[in-house]
Design a protein around this ligand. Structure first.
Ligand code: NAP
Length: 285
């Protein structure tokens, strides 16, 4: 029950009202009997600084941050963990009461890795392809390069952001990373690719994206791991093709739940068991 000791955690972003995070986080809060509530705030960029420092001054326990504020919040927190420092992206903030310090984290990296671990993906000598070069792609690329993969192909429709990404990760990448300027140019290497990760909104439930796929239609996905970060709809055209072809699929909703368990642990020092929430029909989360 909400009372004068109830802790507040909240999602900030714009848009953010459509987010599934309140359902996931409030489910965990109830399951672990924690005196807290998870709310959503949506506001324009001009209010971001006041909102962030206001939350800190009001004694919020922490925040989740979504588009388009992940990079801006990176500059507002006092400390960054390694993932948020490298990816320049914060999706979770903890306000430390005693020291009055704000710490930024990027649990998208952990959520990405756990989602593959849940499907028993073995990283040794694997060939991976990441499509996209925004915030989500940086989390995937960092997660991939932390592992002993043989090769990582990167593709984005425009080249500027992809060069930025190459620069960020050049120290951990070595010679493993290669930029491709068209997916069709992978025609000969395609058979050897083990993991394909879509980090663009292609497939999302918006007019320009819903009916298209991030890969060429003719690619056979049998035996591959197909990871689609898009979670609305739960089953994108890419995921449906993966199922039809006999791929192992990882849906955006799996990653959304997994990044949420790491955020929850940062705020409340409890790693929630995600099994309970997975029993709820996905569309109802
Ligand atoms: P972002 O920073 O805005 O980056 C978007 C990327 O997608 C850019 O590389 C952009 O290319 C590319 N792109 C955008 N529209 C495209 C189109 N019509 N065709 C081809 N490429 C296009 O966004 P983000 O934060 O990385 O998020 C990307 C997706 O991942 C979103 O759908 C988001 O909801 C999802 N996501 C899911 C989770 C999860 O937990 N499941 C977590 C984070 C993000 P340009 O550089 O050329 O503009």
């Amino acid at each position: 029950m909400i009372n004068s000791n109830t802790k507040i955690v909240a999602l900030i972003g714009n848009p953010s009202r459509h987010s599934l995070s309140p359902k996931i986080q409030n489910y965990f809060i109830e399951s672990y009997n924690i005196n807290a509530v998870y709310l959503v705030f949506e506001f324009p960029e001009s209010n971001l600084e006041e909102a962030f420092y206001g939350a800190e001054k009001l004694g919020f326990k922490g925040l989740n941050v979504t588009m388009p504020y992940k990079e801006d919040v990176c500059k507002m927190v006092k400390k960054l963990d390694k993932s948020s420092y490298l990816t320049k992206s914060v999706n979770t903030v903890k306000f430390l009461e005693k020291s009055q310090i704000s710490v930024g984290y990027n649990t998208d990296v952990d959520g990405f890795l756990k989602s593959l671990e849940d499907k028993n993906f073995d990283w040794n000598d694997k060939v991976c392809l990441v499509i996209g070069a925004g915030g989500a792609a940086k989390s995937a690329v960092y997660g991939i390069l932390k592992n002993p993969v043989k090769k990582l192909y990167l593709y984005n429709r425009t080249t500027k952001k992809i060069q930025e990404m190459m620069n960020i990760f050049k120290n951990i990448s070595g010679k493993r990373t290669e930029v491709v300027h068209s997916l069709n140019s992978l025609k000969n290497e395609y058979d050897k690719i083990d993991l394909i990760v879509n980090c663009t909104p292609i497939g999302m439930d918006i007019k320009a994206c819903k009916s298209i796929m991030p890969i060429p239609d003719g690619w056979n996905l049998e035996g591959k791991f197909i990871f689609d970060m898009v979670y609305n709809p739960v089953e994108t055209k890419f995921i449906k093709k993966g199922i039809k072809d006999g791929a192992t699929i990882i849906r955006g909703i799996d990653m959304l739940v997994n990044q949420a368990i790491f955020s929850f642990n940062i705020w409340f020092n409890v790693m929630p068991d995600a099994a309970g929430i997975r029993k709820i029909p996905l569309d109802n989360i």
